[in-house]
Design a protein around this ligand. Structure first.
Ligand code: SF4
Length: 293
């Protein structure tokens, strides 16, 4: 196993970087290196797509790749390997070179360029999660979609600091646009959130706990379990879901279980229910409860 380099979140070791064999979040070096390879493959896809009309398939895989590499989303190496193959297939279908851009050149390169490119990349990854959540609800924005590709070409470019800085600012601007898109998707689908009291008591009977931010997944689960005697509880960042009128209308959305996402490895021990993880709230599951995820 080669060593890793990752400094994308606030848990990073010493406020500098997770290096060596394992990150603070539990991500192993092999997984981190596959995420780098996948990111390099997305640079190749962005290059191949330059000047062409972006198909839904190409936009979707770009969002998927961005989303999958953020903290606490995916620790599954075979899934990453399969994603790299799908990206390469699309790059080849556009007539591009499938050689992945070597992300190590950025991690080990000039510190100013590394910082500016990382601001763009990590901004795009966060935006990928928002855009993906809006996409599953049927909402998309061409400006947001196109900027993923502009940004990834910049990651793989030889641009200097004066050229990268305006793109960093643009990343922030497009992120706001993307948050607006997700807000429209959520409120159009489930109504404008209202203040609500959320019970913390767990009632008798079978139940499923849902974490993350994906309202589409929560809604699908609520429909699937309606009238079946199974209660649903939110966990961590899913708590605000109770405010959306079309979600709180489900009587079996009973309340909130436990506390914040980072307490899951304690709170799910011996919990007599199943867990649906969505978005970026997954920590490496303990043996005690991993067969109930
Ligand atoms: S995502 Fe994981 S490996 Fe990367 S900086 Fe955060 S804690 Fe470290």
């Amino acid at each position: 196993m080669s060593d890793m380099f990752c400094f994308q979140c606030e848990q990073t070791v010493g406020g500098k970087a997770c290096t060596g064999k394992k990150g603070t979040c539990g991500k192993m070096a092999d997984t981190s290196n596959l995420q780098d390879e996948m990111t390099g493959a997305l640079v190749a896809l962005a290059r191949a797509a330059e000047g062409k009309t972006l198909s839904k398939e190409v936009v979707h895989i770009m969002m998927e790749g961005m989303f999958t590499a953020i903290t606490n989303v995916n620790f599954n190496d075979p899934v990453l390997q399969e994603l790299i193959k799908r990206i390469d297939t699309l790059t080849a279908s556009l007539g591009g070179d499938t050689a992945a851009y070597p992300m190590g050149d950025i991690w080990g390169g000039d510190e100013d360029i590394r910082s500016l490119k990382s601001l763009i990349l990590l901004g795009l990854r966060g935006m990928g999660a928002y855009a993906y959540h809006a996409w599953v609800l049927g909402y998309s924005d061409d400006l947001v979609n196109e900027f993923f590709f502009t940004g990834m070409r910049a990651i793989g470019s030889g641009m200097d600091a004066s050229e990268l800085l305006p793109l960093v600012l643009k990343t922030g601007e497009v992120n706001l646009k993307c948050m607006e898109l997700l807000d429209t998707a959520n409120t159009s689908s489930y109504g404008d959130p209202v203040p609500v009291e959320v019970p913390l008591a767990i009632e008798k009977g079978p139940f499923i706990v849902v974490s993350g931010h994906d309202l589409f997944d929560l809604h699908a689960l609520l429909k699937q379990t309606e009238g079946k005697g199974i209660n649903i509880y939110t966990h961590g960042e899913m708590l605000p879901a109770h405010g959306y009128p079309k979600l709180k209308a489900f009587k079996h959305l009973k309340g909130n279980f436990g506390t914040a996402w980072q307490n899951q490895q304690k709170e799910f021990l011996d919990m007599p229910g199943a867990v649906l993880f969505t978005t970026n709230c997954l920590m490496p599951p303990k043996d005690n409860y991993k067969d109930r995820i």
